[in-house]
Design a protein around this ligand. Structure first.
Ligand code: SAT
Ligand code: MN
Length: 597
């Protein structure tokens, strides 16, 4: 089909009245020269057609229909299994606006580089146009986008992860404003792979990867990198946080937002099932979201949050009835699995899954051989609708969002950092978030287990200079004393034997209870320079059988160790130079003084 014919065919099929959208789709089709253009309406019939297409060309495989109804396996290219931070750029006019926390390219160079890659790249392929809404379709906190992609796998995932199709298109036409995301899997060549963000234009260009956050542009690219930039100018926050509700025996629900780096247990915490004694007493956890949180102050000053996503893109390994029974139920049907292994009877398999079945085929489709490493890729994933989660609450669909009572920061810290502590006030809490550290995981390519600073778990996702971001966070306290309390937790503390000291998972409920009681002014804590720490008596540890050593490790405050840590935090803050808000420096200096007293 020549370019003229493509354009005519497309104009005839374009379902939108919005000229700016039609023109952009038109331009992209001219650049990428697909054989066909399909606008996605999000219908079941459309999804079925795409699934059949992918089954026919091997992009998807069916799984055991009895054990996993309507579920599929996708194997990505073995070089394309995680986010690629070194190939991810923020293209702002001024380099300093992207900050030392981002790779930067000028918008002109960024567009030139990407447009060269996109030229003719969809020849022989279908170009899909996906209108989507991040957040409940009728929420003023939600924002819309359109992703253009040549990957039907991306369409099928976006259908689960966002409110996609007709309704979203209507909202986009009403608002006239949307984030433009252009994606092609290209040749899946790591040397021709870039994820570029143009926050000033609300646009994204991603080439050469079909995986997760690199390709499902509504997720990290839009809902965090572009949205964080947008949120800064509009007075709200776009954060890498789960949202959960804690319902107490009196029937009151407190909502908590919690930031942890990728693959540090956000999904598990969001779907927590309290220990039996708590369940019997009437405690319940409700899931609102497991990865991203958009929040803004309401008229009463409280922060109101929505989960912009509609599904979970969760890490499969380690998911079992011991760690996350709700996830096990959630993904028992209608799920897409990426890079998991298979059993002899075609069930999905990963390390930590329930049952005795063994893998026979690994994530690359080879006969399983333990000398090749794990059977499932450590970053293998499931994509599944949030509506299938037994603990998902209707409040997640509330257009007004849910009021947040507490914010938690946490990372993987094998030493020094106690189980939980509380920031004295909002500004101290911002420092706690800004100085977060964690060991790296398989969610991004690169070494695993290396400690790095990951402020607010946003190191890979903040679409602008962290110095400005910390300033933006602090600005919320300027005229508002109704903000959530801020906490830091560490589920990953190790003992002398190198084993985790805290049992984690459902037992984390005990920490949530202390947090809620603190919010209500009903629990005690000890003041230390780093914040308010519970003593072991302040937490319900009944039935845990922790050794004395373990208790000490979890609740002790190590002054010498923290003095060293604060030196490191100081050097980290120095990286942001004069642009850093003096208020953050002041918080740091105050604590350094107290530590040296
Ligand atoms: O690949 S994603 O960015 O979507 C998942 C994650 O790393 O959190
Ligand atoms: Mn994440």
């Amino acid at each position: 089909m020549n370019a003229q014919a493509t354009n005519e065919a497309m104009d005839a099929s374009s379902p939108t009245t919005l000229a700016s959208l039609r023109d952009w789709v038109d331009q992209v089709a001219k650049l990428t020269t697909p054989d066909a253009v399909e606008w996605c309406d999000g219908s079941d019939a459309e999804n079925k057609k795409l699934i059949d297409r992918m089954l026919a060309d091997g992009t998807l495989q069916t799984l055991n229909e009895e054990t996993n109804p309507n579920s599929f396996l996708h194997r990505s290219d073995p070089s394309d299994v995680a986010r690629v931070e070194h190939l991810t750029f923020v293209c702002t006019t001024e380099e300093d606006d992207a900050g030392p926390n981002n790779h930067w390219m000028s918008p002109v160079d960024g567009h030139r580089k990407m447009d060269e890659l996109f030229k003719g790249c969809m020849k022989g392929r279908t170009m899909y146009v996906i209108p989507y809404c991040m957040g409940p379709i009728d929420s003023p906190l939600s924002r819309c986008g359109v992703e253009i992609t040549d990957s039907p796998y991306v369409v099928a995932n976006m259908r689960i992860m966002t409110r996609m199709g007709e309704q979203a298109l209507k909202r986009i036409e009403r608002e006239g404003k949307f984030v433009k995301g252009l994606h092609s899997i290209g040749e899946l060549d790591p040397n021709r792979r870039f994820i570029m963000h143009f926050p000033e234009e609300l646009s994204i260009k991603s080439y050469g990867s079909g995986y997760g956050g690199n390709a499902l542009l509504g997720k990290k690219c839009h809902a965090l990198r572009i949205a964080s930039h947008q949120a800064k100018s509009e007075g709200w926050l776009a954060e890498h946080m789960l949202i959960l509700g804690v319902e107490n025996p009196e029937g009151e629900t407190h909502y908590i937002a919690a930031a942890f780096p990728s693959a540090c247990g956000k999904t598990n915490l969001a779907m927590l099932i309290p220990p039996e004694s708590y369940r019997e007493a009437g405690w319940k956890i409700w899931t609102v979201g497991d990865d991203i949180c958009w929040m803004r102050p309401g008229a009463d000053g409280r922060l109101y949050a929505i989960n912009p996503e509609a599904g979970f893109f969760g890490v499969a390994p380690g998911t079992g009835s011991d760690s996350n029974p709700n996830a096990v139920k959630t993904l028992s049907r209608d799920a897409i699995f990426t890079n998991v292994a298979l059993t002899a009877d075609n069930q999905p398999w990963w390390e930590g899954i329930d049952g005795d079945a063994l893998p026979t085929v690994d994530w690359q489709g080879r006969l399983y051989d333990p000398t090749n490493g794990p059977a499932a890729h450590p970053n293998s994933r499931f994509t599944v609708s949030a509506k299938q989660c037994p603990s998902y609450t209707d409040e997640a669909e509330n257009p007004a969002g849910v009021p947040i009572s507490a914010i938690i920061f946490g990372g993987r810290r094998p030493s020094l950092v106690p189980l939980v502590f509380e920031a004295r006030d909002w500004n101290h809490g911002v420092l706690v978030g800004a100085s977060m550290g964690s060991e790296t995981t398989a969610a991004a390519t690169g070494a695993v287990g290396v400690m790095r600073r990951d402020p607010m778990a946003m190191k890979p996702f903040c679409g602008y200079n962290f110095a400005d971001y910390f300033g933006h966070w602090m600005s919320f306290a300027d005229d508002n004393d109704n903000l959530p309390k801020i906490y830091h937790v560490n589920w990953f503390r190790k003992g002398k034997d190198g084993k985790y000291v805290w049992p984690g998972f459902g037992e984390n409920m005990r920490v949530l209870e202390w947090i809620i009681d603190r919010v209500k002014g009903e629990a005690s804590a000890v003041e230390t320079p780093i914040g308010n720490l519970p003593s072991a008596e302040d937490l319900n540890l009944d039935g845990l059988a922790l050794s004395e050593d373990a208790v000490q490790t979890l609740f002790d405050f190590d002054r010498t160790g923290w003095a060293e840590e604060f030196k490191n935090i100081g050097s980290f803050l120095d990286e942001f130079g004069d642009r850093l808000t003096p208020k953050l420096r002041k918080e740091h200096a105050k604590i350094v003084d107290q530590l040296n007293d």
